[in-house]
Design a protein around this ligand. Structure first.
Ligand code: 9WN
Length: 438
């Protein structure tokens, strides 16, 4: 398939998943609007459909909570939509902070919006229109970051915690295993629920387990019992993790807020302070000198989580590491753990291939995801590591053009069984393909 055909097919996926108000991540599995998906999708649309990219972001932020939180899911009103947990389970209206006019979940997701807006501005054909859009959005993104620093960084370290695996975006990442396994769940006490994500034949094999879902549900139940009060949740929640992917993305968006604020003549004192503190703390607390990667930290247990996933390489995108640290990260990427040097593996597996429990088909426990590849690509480019960046871009395009716009991919060559996994017609795979093709 040539580039023009791939581009056209990616555009078709985005057109088909657009419902007039927002883009569904996938036609049936994910029928509502998701937070970080919306950001990646807006980047893809910014080239040829700037109006739709703006509408996507406006729809997401129309559901921003009064305290600044931007929800993980904004529910659409399609009566056919089947997804668990739906708005009736979340009961976000228990919080006085939730918006009245629209239904949402009660957690957030990685804060991609700052760099998404900057990227939209960079590629915009009509700079005056894009600048007006930045002016409109800047206070909203600032309010989101303020929420994160005010409510998710209790020790004022500059490191934001997530309180649910869904907030991290990498639902069943091995990073969470130990914390989740400490949670003793009494199934009789758990609210009754029915998963809707196991329709496809391989879904049970590829998606998170029942034990994972019990814990996801337990946490949502805890949040709603506390009416989504951040302080009470902080006191009680067994899952409080400072994740390098989340904080790396936050750093990039802090930096973008500084750029946007400077361009539109706003006060940038806050993002400058946030940026400096987060970068410093990530290097002080999360950097693993021996292994050349960033770790996560379990705030409840008070310990580092020394589990190697590609999340620990994402801080490259926010220019968190020094040049020297970045070179160590490149060596990590090239090592047998991530297979970056001619190993026949298509980059980048999401979990260290040296881990005994890597599973190349199971969601965030091994497969390649296009959004993480895209973040890594940009991170490597920032350090002029063009050879590895190019390899990641080429591998991403090879997967997409040969196998389609799947949700995630088995990186092995030859792979056993199917290579494209999860849902097909996945919006961010299509959107970021468009960006990779520019
Ligand atoms: C829960 C929509 C989302 C992505 C996440 C991905 C998956 C949801 C789910 O789908 O999570 O948020 O039901 O599995 O893990 O990153 O945003 O595409």
């Amino acid at each position: 398939m040539n580039q023009a055909q791939l581009q056209q097919m990616a555009q078709v996926v985005l057109d088909q998943n657009w419902n007039g108000q927002f883009t569904k991540p996938a036609p049936s599995l994910y029928p509502h609007q998701w937070n970080w998906d919306a950001g990646f999708i807006a980047i893809g649309n910014a080239y040829d459909n700037f109006g739709r990219a703006m509408a996507e972001m406006r729809h997401l932020f129309s559901a921003q909570w009064k305290n600044g939180l931007v929800p993980q899911i904004v529910f659409g009103d399609d009566p056919q939509a089947r997804y668990f947990p739906g708005p009736g389970f979340w009961q976000a209206h228990r919080s006085a902070q939730a918006p009245e006019h629209i239904q949402t979940s009660g957690i957030t997701m990685p804060p991609v919006h700052g760099f998404v807006l900057w990227k939209m501005y960079e590629v915009a054909a009509d700079k005056a229109q894009a600048k007006a859009f930045l002016k409109e959005m800047y206070p909203k993104v600032l309010a989101l970051h303020r929420y994160l620093y005010d409510y998710r960084d209790p020790e004022e370290e500059g490191l934001v915690y997530i309180r649910h695996p869904w907030e991290g975006g990498t639902d069943n990442s091995p990073i969470w295993d130990r914390t989740l396994s400490r949670m003793q769940i009494d199934r009789d006490q758990l609210p009754a629920y029915e998963r809707k994500d196991l329709q496809k034949p391989k879904a049970a094999e590829h998606r998170p387990t029942q034990e994972d879902y019990d814990r996801y549900v337990y946490l949502v139940d805890l949040f709603r019992q506390h009416d989504y009060d951040d302080q009470k949740i902080y006191e009680e929640c067994p899952f409080l993790i400072q994740d390098p992917l989340f904080n790396g993305i936050l750093s990039w968006s802090n930096e973008a807020l500084i750029q946007i604020g400077s361009l539109i003549g706003e006060d940038i004192t806050e993002p400058m302070q946030w940026h400096e503190l987060t970068v410093w703390s990530m290097n002080e607390k999360l950097w693993d000198e021996d292994r050349g990667i960033y770790n996560a930290f379990d705030l409840r247990a008070g310990e580092i989580i020394p589990v190697h996933t590609s999340s620990g390489l994402i801080p490259l995108c926010g220019e968190v590491p020094t040049q020297e640290q970045a070179e160590a990260m490149l060596r990590t990427l090239e090592s047998p753990a991530f297979g970056g040097k001619d190993s026949g593996i298509l980059l980048c597996p999401t979990y260290s291939m040296e881990a005994k429990d890597i599973n190349y088909k199971k969601y965030w426990r091994g497969p390649v995801w296009i959004n993480l590849n895209w973040l890594l690509y940009h991170g490597l480019m920032r350090y002029d590591m063009t050879e590895m960046a190019d390899r990641i871009r080429k591998h991403s395009l090879e997967l997409l053009s040969r196998h389609g716009f799947y949700e995630y991919f088995d990186p092995r060559r030859p792979a056993e069984g199917e290579i494209g996994c999860g849902t097909d017609q996945f919006s961010w795979s299509a959107a970021l393909c468009l960006d990779f093709l520019q």
